[in-house]
Design a protein around this ligand. Structure first.
Ligand code: PLP
Length: 435
């Protein structure tokens, strides 16, 4: 076994090779059958996995504090997945008006949505206010001013939290680290009191809380505690200035296993964070603040796989390529972050010899690869499963090379539902021909 091979059941116990046929199954459903029925590339999600991941967060906080788990919609925004999470009682972390519209279409409550992002337009703010969004997580002084203006024009109070940048190193990939002062996110600890004073004095802004999200794919919990220390120190400073903040949003970012990472579980992190807030509140004679968390990847990442079919096997000067029908436009993470995704053959192929392949797509870019140096025993026509593809997969998909976006199916208790049909060329042409 090569050290970059992944056993799917180590990522998700619902993903297993059948003991008899050797076929990869998700929630006991044969993946080759889904590939045949729905075609490839195909995203397949397990509803049980999503719900269990959500419940791991909810139960980690149970009885400890008043906590809302706001699922970060950008990780996977399919309406049917949002619906499943809304039914579980989740709130939502959104970063655009479009994501709020998705939450509403899924039956989620705008009051349980928090609106983050560094560049909210006046139209987006107006839409969110008109829908009664729970809170804006504000990322700059200029944005606070804009929200105040829109709220005043609409004569509607806007709840605001300030996203602060605690300047801690989340020790993750530079593209997904957000809590260092060189990142574009949030307001520095030094500038925060001034922005809070502005909001506090504004007749149409209601200071609701403080927000802090330090990065994504964290595999070590210590940056969360460092960030919380700094947030609590800022709350002391604000209280001394007469601004009492009673809501803490501690962001998302807990990592998942792609290869051999051992990220902390919600049960290992959340109770300790809550205890720290509780100790602080007690020592200051304050009431316990309400809390929220914003997990995305850790809810859906290992609840999804991308199925693809081998179009051709090809050798160039001793280097072997498996050219598959999924590409960087379907799953951008390898091209964008050099991200690792496990790859396995969906069925045993007794005729094929194991060979080391780069798994690449049909797009005309050298960056169009999905996996490198993987030992696979495959032939043309075989199906592969790209693992850990539930988060930042379909949401980052594009139409590059005029490729239609993949279909998506959701499995729940053996029942398979098409939750997004495959995009057609007519879908792509319409905005250009309908002008
Ligand atoms: C992306 C994002 C999240 C979710 O991050 P994950 O790593 O997917 O858990 C949470 N909050 C904010 C503000 C984000 O931008």
């Amino acid at each position: 076994m090569q050290n970059n091979s992944v056993n799917p059941s180590d990522l998700n116990p619902h993903l297993q090779f059948d003991g008899v046929t050797g076929e990869l199954q998700f929630e006991k459903t044969d993946l080759s059958g889904l590939a045949q029925t729905y075609g490839t590339p195909l995203y397949v999600y397990s509803a049980s996995s999503i719900k269990e991941a959500y419940r791991a967060y909810a139960s980690a906080c149970e009885g400890l504090a008043n906590v809302t788990i706001c699922y970060a919609v950008k990780a996977n925004s399919n309406v049917h997945i949002l619906k499943a999470l809304a039914q579980e009682g989740a709130g939502f972390d959104i970063v655009s008006a479009g994501e709020l519209a998705r939450v509403i279409a899924a039956g989620g409550k705008p009051q349980k949505a928090v609106f983050a992002g560094v560049g909210k337009s006046a139209q987006e703010i107006e839409y969110a206010l008109s829908q009664g969004v729970g809170c804006f997580n504000v990322e700059s002084e200029a944005e606070m001013t804009r929200i105040g203006q829109v709220a005043e024009k609409m004569q509607r109070m806007a709840n605001v939290s300030l996203r602060v940048n605690p300047d801690v190193d989340a020790k993750t990939h530079p593209y997904i680290s957000t809590g260092l002062k060189e990142n574009k996110f949030g307001v520095s600890m030094n500038a925060a009191p001034r922005v809070y004073q502005f909001a506090h004095a504004h007749p149409w802004l209601n200071v609701h809380g403080i927000d802090c999200h330090i990065g994504s794919q964290l595999t070590d919990a210590s940056p969360y505690f460092d960030a919380l220390d700094r947030v609590l120190a800022l709350l002391d400073q604000l209280a001394a200035d007469g601004i009492e903040i009673n809501h803490l949003d501690l962001g998302g970012g807990i990592g998942i296993r792609y290869l051999d990472e051992t990220p902390p579980t919600p049960a290992e992190v959340l109770p300790r964070l809550i205890a720290k807030v509780k100790d602080w509140a007690q020592s200051k004679g304050r009431s316990m603040p309400t809390l929220s968390f914003e997990p995305g990847r850790s809810i859906v990442g290992n609840a999804g796989v991308l199925l693809t079919q081998v179009e051709f096997l090809k050798e160039n000067e001793g280097k072997h390529f498996a050219i598959v029908d999924a590409a960087m436009n379907d799953l951008m993470r390898p091209a964008m972050y050099k991200a690792f995704h496990g790859v396995v053959a969906v069925q045993n192929n007794a005729h094929a010899q194991p060979q080391e392949y780069d798994v690449v797509g049909p797009v005309c870019e050298s960056g169009d690869w999905l996996a490198k140096n993987r030992t696979l025993a495959i032939e043309q026509g075989d199906y592969l499963a790209i693992l850990s593809a539930g988060a930042y997969g379909q949401t980052m998909a594009s139409n590059y090379n005029s490729r239609g976006r993949a279909a998506e199916v959701l499995i729940e208790n053996g029942e398979v539902t098409l939750i997004r049909r495959r995009e057609t060329i007519e879908d792509q042409l319409r905005p250009e021909l309908d002008v």
